[in-house]
Design a binder for this molecule. Structure first.
Ligand SMILES: C[S@@+](CC[C@H](N)C(=O)[O-])C[C@H]1O[C@@H](n2cnc3c(N)ncnc32)[C@H](O)[C@@H]1O
Length: 404
């Protein structure tokens, strides 16, 4: 299978290079209104925002910032197919202006924008982030009534354009079956609170770039892409930042387009995509090995499972997981300055074949619990496997293609 990943240098408010109704899923996180690191981003197109902030007129500045984002949501609506989903990661802001502290509810304002566009709002996910910042306790300390609740969560808002998507032809139905997730993943991923999302791996993006762009973790993007699109779909991130969504889409076998205003982050996106193939193949192996560890524990506790996955030969909980297939990235090649072409294997990882039978997988760090935490992959070959030789991906081509 072949997919394309594009990085466009430009504005989310005008994505003319993206055809109307050509996108199946949007996964994004915009600049956050009323969070100071993004003030300049909003003041640049609307100087009145700076004046209102200086005058302590928080609600007016907040509304003007969202009016700018509304333009991006209208552009998203133009490019999204009917039945497509938009997943928007956003945090609310707390801020003191002219001595008055208050919450600016970004998530409710963005929901309103999508409701105004006629979208159906679906149940959202609360992403629980823990902060140990010294400013954790805000307000009047131990004295009532001026102490404030500590904000340690963000939202993933999920909105649908029009009616539910229908899968039409046989090819699309087969791609959907192959894009299934494991039963135990479904239980975690479709929970309304995510406690277990770890940071973006250093293998993909430096800490400095991550902070500068407020990048979300790879695992967050990978889950959303896997939950709400199928292989071969087109995923858009109109505020691409360091390219986390694009990297997740590449890993999951989706086409993707990212739009980013900051030229230096466009270059970072290209670097991230260059590092993604090796990372992706490790990540997917860990996912498969985690499933095998789950099966071992489950069978030990509750007896045999009813179904077998036809590609990997390991047991699965439901009939819907029988066709699940997560192949390697074989090769990436730069087609144009903007575009990376990706070739995915057609079948399962060769060194995984028969591994369930001989139980060598159980030595893998992901199965022993000594492996990297979710979303923090490093190269861990499967025990007994001929390391990376079983597959080849042309990272040198990617590196030269993406060098600035
Ligand atoms: C919260 S960050 C997104 C981070 C991204 N999810 C990641 O993982 O790296 C928002 C991004 O939007 C970009 N941005 C701001 N205004 C933009 C615009 N009008 N069009 C496109 N990108 C914009 C910023 O430069 C920043 O990289």
């Amino acid at each position: 299978m072949r997919t394309k990943i594009r990085v466009l240098h430009g504005s989310a408010m005008d994505a003319a290079a993206i055809a109307s109704e050509s996108v199946d899923l949007i996964v994004t996180s915009p600049p956050y209104p009323m969070i100071e690191m993004w003030d300049e981003t909003f003041i640049a197109p609307d100087a009145s925002i700076g004046r209102n902030l200086a005058a302590g007129k928080g609600p007016a500045a907040f509304e003007s910032m969202h009016c700018i984002l509304d333009e991006a949501w209208r552009e998203c609506d133009r490019v999204l197919r009917p039945g497509g989903l938009a997943c928007v990661n956003i945090g609310d802001a707390t801020r003191t202006l002219s001595g008055d502290f208050q919450l600016y509810s970004n998530h409710s304002r963005i929901l309103k924008a999508f409701l105004d566009l006629g979208y159906a709002v679906l149940p959202d996910i609360l992403w629980r982030k823990q902060t140990n910042a010294p400013t954790k306790f805000m307000g009047s300390g131990m004295l009532p009534v001026g102490a404030y609740v500590t904000y340690e969560h963000e939202y993933v808002l999920i909105m649908r354009k029009g009616r539910r998507r229908r899968f039409q032809d046989a090819g699309e139905k087969q791609r959907r079956r192959e894009s299934a997730f494991f039963w135990e993943e479904r239980n975690a991923w479709f929970s309304d609170v995510w406690f277990d999302i770890k940071g973006t791996p250093q293998a993909l993006v430096t800490e400095a770039d991550r902070k500068r762009s407020a990048a979300f973790p790879f695992e967050l993007a990978y889950r959303l892409v896997s939950m709400f699109s199928i292989k071969g779909d087109h995923v858009l991130d109109p505020f691409a930042g360091t390219g986390t969504t694009l990297s997740a889409a590449l890993t999951a076998g989706r086409n993707a387009t990212g739009v980013e205003l900051d030229a230096s982050l466009v270059a970072t996106c290209r670097d991230v995509l260059g590092a993604t193939p090796g990372f992706a193949n490790d990540y997917v192996r860990e996912r498969l090995v985690r499933h095998m560890a789950f099966v071992r524990d489950r069978v030990g506790a509750s007896g045999p499972m009813k179904y077998v996955n036809r590609h990997y030969g390991f047991p699965v909980m439901t009939a819907q997981e029988r066709d699940l297939l997560i192949p390697d990235v074989l090769q990436t090649e730069r087609a144009t300055a903007d575009e990376l072409q990706v070739e995915h294997d057609e079948g399962p990882q060769r060194e995984l074949a028969g591994l369930w039978e001989n139980e060598r997988w159980a030595e893998h760090p992901a199965a022993t619990g000594k492996g990297p935490a979710t979303g923090r992959c490093r190269t861990v070959p499967l025990p007994g496997a001929p390391a990376q030789q079983a597959f080849q991906f042309d990272t040198s081509a990617v590196r030269s293609a993406t060098s600035r």
